[in-house]
Design a protein around this ligand. Structure first.
Ligand code: ZN
Length: 233
C-alpha cells in the first residue's frame, strides 16, 4: 500500500512483530522509541540490532525501512512510581493491575507518535497494544485506542489510522503472525534479539529467547512460544 507508517518500536517481541507487519504492507515505515528512564535499558539497546536484522530478511523491507526517532520522555518516568522505573518488586495491586502499569503510558506514546507522524506525513500509526494478554492495562483496550484515534484526528485535523494488529490475539498467535509475515528467519530474529524480561535479565538462552524465565513477562512469552511451537505449521 502506498502509505507511510510510524511504528511504536520498543525492541520487544510485540513491537518487532508489528514492525514486520508494517514493512509487509506500507511503502515507507519509520520507527519511534521512547526513553522514560526504564529500569533497564536492554530493550532499548536491542532496537538498532533488530532494525538492522529485519532489513536483511527481505530487500523490499530494507527499501521501505526509514528513519528511527528516539524521543525522551523523562517527565513520564518522573511521575511514575512503578516496578519498571524503580527498584521495587513486581506484584499485582489490589485493583488487579500489575504494578508495572504506568498510568496513561500508551495514550502519551500515541499522542507523541501522532505529533511526529504529522510532521513526517505518515498516516498509519502502528502499535502492539493487545487486550487479550494477562495484564489488562486499560490504555491497551481497543475502545481506548479507537477513542484516541478520534481525538487525535479531531485535534490535529488529520485522518490517522491507529493500527493494532495484535489487539485480538494472544502470545501464541503473535508468534504465528511473525512466522506468517517473515517466515522462520523472522521468528529466529525475534527469539535471538528481542527482549521481554521485566527484570532485565539476558543471561540464559531458552528456546523462546533470553530472560529470567520466571517473571510475568517471561512466563507469558514462554507459554505463548510453547503453544505456538506445538501447533507449528
Ligand atoms: Zn523475566
Amino acid at each position: 500500500m502506498d502509505e507511510g507508517a510510524l511504528v511504536l518500536f520498543s525492541g520487544g517481541q510485540d513491537s518487532t512483530t508489528c514492525l514486520a507487519w508494517a514493512l509487509a504492507r506500507f511503502s515507507r515505515v519509520e520507527t519511534i522509541g521512547f526513553d522514560y528512564g526504564q529500569r533497564h535499558r536492554i530493550e532499548l539497546d536491542c532496537r538498532a540490532r533488530l532494525r538492522e536484522g529485519i532489513s536483511t530478511l527481505d530487500p523490499a523491507w530494507a527499501a521501505r525501512l526509514g528513519e528511527d526517532h528516539m524521543v525522551s520522555l523523562d517527565a513520564l518516568g518522573a511521575i511514575s512510581d512503578t516496578a519498571l522505573t524503580r527498584e521495587t518488586a513486581i506484584a499485582f495491586e489490589a485493583d488487579g493491575l500489575p504494578n508495572t502499569f504506568v498510568p496513561g503510558r500508551n495514550i502519551v506514546f500515541l499522542t507523541f507518535a501522532a505529533a511526529l507522524a504529522y510532521r513526517r506525513d505518515l498516516r498509519r500509526i502502528v502499535g502492539g497494544m493487545c487486550e487479550t494478554d494477562f495484564s489488562g492495562y486499560p490504555d491497551c483496550r481497543d475502545d481506548t485506542i479507537k477513542a484516541l484515534q478520534v481525538a487525535l484526528n479531531l485535534g490535529m485535523d488529520r485522518r490517522f489510522v491507529l493500527d493494532t494488529p495484535l489487539m485480538r490475539i494472544d502470545k501464541a498467535a503473535t508468534w504465528a503472525l511473525a512466522k506468517e509475515t517473515g517466515g522462520q528467519p523472522l521468528v529466529d530474529l525475534i527469539v535471538e534479539d528481542t527482549h521481554t524480561c521485566y527484570l532485565g535479565e539476558r543471561g540464559e538462552r531458552h528456546d523462546w529467547g533470553y530472560g529470567c524465565g520466571t517473571c510475568p513477562a517471561c512466563d507469558l512469552r514462554a507459554k505463548g512460544y510453547w503453544a505456538f511451537a506445538v501447533n507449528k505449521p
